[in-house]
Design a protein around this ligand. Structure first.
Ligand SMILES: Nc1nc2c(ncn2[C@@H]2O[C@H](COP(=O)(O)OP(=O)(O)OP(=O)(O)O)[C@@H](O)[C@H]2O)c(=O)[nH]1
Ligand SMILES: [Mg+2]
Length: 370
């Protein structure tokens, strides 16, 4: 399924509406809580201006952007960690995603039920976060019990692990998400425990505003709500994307040129969906590398820190298995030398081996033999 970003939030806040606009997938979005039960999954292209530049230089027939997967998850309510609403099933769906886009409702509409009766996005974030924290706390308490047993039996590392999981337990009990709990990567046991936790997943916030507030200058009371969410997001070093699900849903129905006209009419330069796709991509901490030739210019995605053979495997498993070398030109060099042959002449084409860590923007040819 590739890299996945789950869309979470209270019921009826616009998750499926935003998901549909992102993916044009036609998931059911309707004015009643728990409209979504089973998660909807869709691939979303990630726009990247570098693709057009490369394609022009390589005289490519086709441009293929990279994609990430968004998953539209059922709404979560207070008590979910104890099985309320769709409860544990919902939490299970969050467990499978790599990162989380947390949607909060700012749009006012008396006809659309808010499960807690009023518009208060920071309260709503805290409602969801509390459920995730409680679920995590329960998992960590199991670990504490386990290490208490092994520590008693005198196992050496168990005592140190016990200390650390207890610190993590206190951290969560203080209401702080696991992602803010620092663990050195070398500490494999703790690292693995942390990585199973829901609140360890990278998060970004999405404020869903009314269509009339989607333009540059929202209403002052709406702006105050946005500011509150922004301050909350900043306190967690998380990003905030302000979007109107309704507008995006309408935009998604339009052809490309009409879309631009409609955006201009609203005083916007980029659709919220593009901003969200970007933010999700950034959140996953991925890099993009390119292949460019007359047939196509294509963007590929890998985890930051991936070696050349691993990246080659993204294109085809044979490329990884039979990897010989990678011929690499950085995006900057490719552009400043006017393309591949110019870069080659200028000595900017590097031959890299199997230990090379591919960097964001590398334009690569993989040589392989199977
Ligand atoms: N006015 C307005 N209505 C919106 C906006 N976004 C969503 N809605 C409406 O809110 C209702 C709920 O939207 P959904 O997208 O189904 O909400 P959800 O979060 O997926 O809900 P569940 O699946 O029940 O958890 C629908 O009637 C949407 O049309 C918006 O930006 N403005
Ligand atoms: Mg839904």
């Amino acid at each position: 399924m590739g890299f996945t970003c789950g869309i979470i939030g209270l019921p009826n806040v616009g998750k499926s509406t935003i998901f549909n606009a992102l993916t044009s997938a036609g998931a059911e979005a309707a004015n009643f809580p728990f409209c979504t039960k089973d998660p909807n999954t869709g691939m979303v292209p990630v726009p990247d201006k570098r693709l057009n530049v490369l394609a022009e230089l390589a005289k490519s027939k086709e441009i293929i952007p990279t994609q990430i997967t968004f998953v539209d998850i059922a709404g979560l309510i207070r008590g979910a960690s104890k099985g309320e609403g769709l409860g544990n099933q919902f939490l299970g769906h969050i467990r499978t995603v790599d990162a989380v886009a947390h949607v909060v409702r700012i749009f006012e509409n008396d006809n659309i039920v808010h499960v807690d009766g009023s518009i208060d996005p920071v309260r709503d974030i805290e409602t969801i976060d509390t459920e995730l924290l409680l679920a995590d706390l329960e998992s960590v308490q199991k670990q504490v019990a386990k290490f208490e047993k092994t520590a008693k039996s005198g196992e050496k590392s168990a005592k140190q692990n016990l200390d650390l999981v207890k610190q993590l337990e206190n951290h969560l009990a203080d209401g702080k998400p696991a992602r803010l709990f620092e663990i050195e990567q070398e500490h494999a046991v703790m690292y693995a425990i942390k990585n199973t936790l829901l609140t360890a997943k990278p998060v970004l916030f999405v404020a869903n505003v009314d269509e009339k507030d989607a333009a540059c200058k929202p209403d002052p009371t709406v702006q105050r709500q946005i500011d509150k969410v922004a301050a909350f997001a900043a306190s967690q070093s998380a990003e905030l994307v302000v979007i109107s699900g309704q507008v995006e849903a309408e935009l998604a129905e339009l052809a490309a040129d009409e879309r631009l006209a409609y955006l201009n009419e609203l005083g916007l330069s980029e659709s919220g969906i593009d901003r969200l796709a970007h933010a999700g991509y950034k959140l996953l901490d991925l890099i993009t590398f390119f292949t460019a030739g007359p047939k196509e210019t294509r963007a590929w995605t890998a985890r930051r820190g991936s070696t050349a053979p691993r990246c080659a495997g993204k294109i085809h498993s044979d490329f990884e298995r039979g990897f010989i070398r990678a011929e690499v030109i950085s995006y900057q060099d490719y552009v400043s030398c006017g393309g591949e042959s110019g870069a080659r002449e200028a000595g900017k084409l590097r031959i890299e081996g199997k230990d090379y860590v591919v960097r964001d923007g590398d334009v690569v040819h993989f040589r392989f033999n199977v």
